[in-house]
Design a protein around this ligand. Structure first.
Ligand code: FES
Ligand SMILES: [Fe+2]
Length: 398
């Protein structure tokens, strides 16, 4: 819905307006329920198809929240598949590197070999096993599917939803975005001492921007017309949500910004020419638009601007610890000017997120004392309110 700065309240959305409990962000028991009811049942994004463009390309990663290492591989047939990275003999991990290209997976323990489709192809000295059938010992497969080039997995053997059903209202919404033409121009990752939702919260509201980021972006997203960086429009879906970020049309670019604008899109530049955008972006046609932000339940946030997008992934490790991954995607730079421009966006994004990182660790430390039991949320924090409701609905499910 579009909002009018200063006039709209959101009490009619069924989310209430009372303070929200803090317990879900500090309770180890609640976190264990999130692990079982959310992360072991949801579709989870584990990368992009461009990460594994050729047959035999693979990525592997340990996902603490699942307690398992997974490998995602593109087969010789072009198909993307996901497996537990566990040898079916006595359970050794198969991949030695986090990414690479291979003809198959050979276990370093006793040499069992699997093809790219997960079939067990060879058992050394097989005669010494009794009645073993190789077809019974392929790699344990994990459901996988692709949405707009984002690879998702789902480890729930009893899942009832396809990825398309899980994405629901947002499944086709971003079809116009040419994600596949962009590549990482910068990436950051960190282990952060914070609950996964607390960090996602700071990425879903702009109320903090004029305060926490006052030195880095003093007037990019605030100005006379919008001094508190209110969000001009947002959309709440059943479990996902999106919002539109305001950009100040009167923002005075610094010398470095002016140079960056000249050679390419940057994460700061306001876009006023709505007609030049894919119609899915800035759906309410806000006159001065910064970017749109999609929160894909449970742990993926995609900011989409004019000529760039950013992904944040928040991988829980414990109730107060996450592994956070950030990637900024742009069209590959073809000139030194474009490269300089992209470096500007990369460094700016780094500085902003470092302020967020520092802050959320402070917040987690404070709320872990138990001194506070609830947090009052303003209408500008409506996405957070929606997020806590959706999480709790999943946590309370059978
Ligand atoms: S554990 Fe892999 S071959 Fe024995
Ligand atoms: Fe921030």
């Amino acid at each position: 819905m579009a909002t009018e700065f200063g006039k709209t309240t959101f009490t009619g959305l069924g989310l209430g307006n009372e303070p929200v409990p803090i317990e879900p962000n500090v309770s180890a028991a609640y976190f264990e329920r999130e692990r079982e009811k959310i992360f072991k049942r949801s579709w989870l994004c584990v990368g992009r198809v461009e990460d594994i463009p050729r047959g035999g390309d693979f990525v592997s990663t340990h996902l603490d929240v699942l307690g398992a290492r997974i490998v995602v591989v593109r087969g010789a047939d072009g198909q993307v598949r996901a497996f537990y990275d566990i040898c079916r003999h006595r359970g050794n991990r198969l991949t030695k590197a986090c990414k690479g290209n291979t003809h198959g997976f050979v276990c370093g323990f006793h040499g069992w070999a699997y093809d790219l489709a997960g079939n067990l192809a060879r058992i050394p000295d097989q005669d010494q096993f009794h009645g073993i059938d190789k077809s019974d010992y392929g790699l344990k497969a994990i459901a996988s599917d692709v949405w707009n080039g984002f690879i998702f997995i789902n480890v729930d053997p009893a899942r009832t939803e396809t990825l398309e059903e899980f994405m629901a209202e947002v499944f086709s919404i971003l079809d116009e975005i040419k994600f596949e033409t962009m590549r990482p121009a910068g990436s950051y990752a960190a282990r952060v001492n914070v609950n996964w939702k607390v960090f996602m919260d700071v990425t879903q509201e702009a109320y903090h921007v004029p305060f926490l980021h006052k030195n880095i972006v003093p007037d990019s997203n605030t100005g006379k017309g919008n001094p508190f960086c209110r969000i001009p429009s947002f959309r709440l879906y059943e479990r996902h949500r999106s919002s539109t970020m305001y950009a100040n049309p009167d923002h005075k670019p610094t010398a470095a910004e002016s140079l960056a604008y000249k050679y390419g899109p940057t994460v700061l530049e306001p876009t006023t020419a709505a007609g030049a955008l894919p119609s899915c972006l800035n759906p309410d046609r806000v006159p001065s638009w910064g970017f749109d932000s999609y929160v894909i339940f449970p742990n993926l946030i995609i900011h989409i601007g004019n000529g760039w997008y950013i992904t944040h992934q928040f991988w829980p490790v414990a109730v107060d610890r996450i592994y956070w991954e950030f990637k900024l995607y742009m069209s590959p730079a073809t000139t030194p000017g474009e490269k300089i421009s992209q470096e500007f966006s990369k460094v700016l994004a780094r500085d902003l997120t470092r302020e967020d990182l520092f802050l959320v660790e402070q917040v987690q430390s404070s709320i872990s004392t138990g001194v506070l039991t609830h947090m009052p949320l303003s209408d500008q924090e409506i996405l957070l309110r929606h997020g806590y409701k959706v999480v709790d609905e999943w946590v309370q499910r059978d």
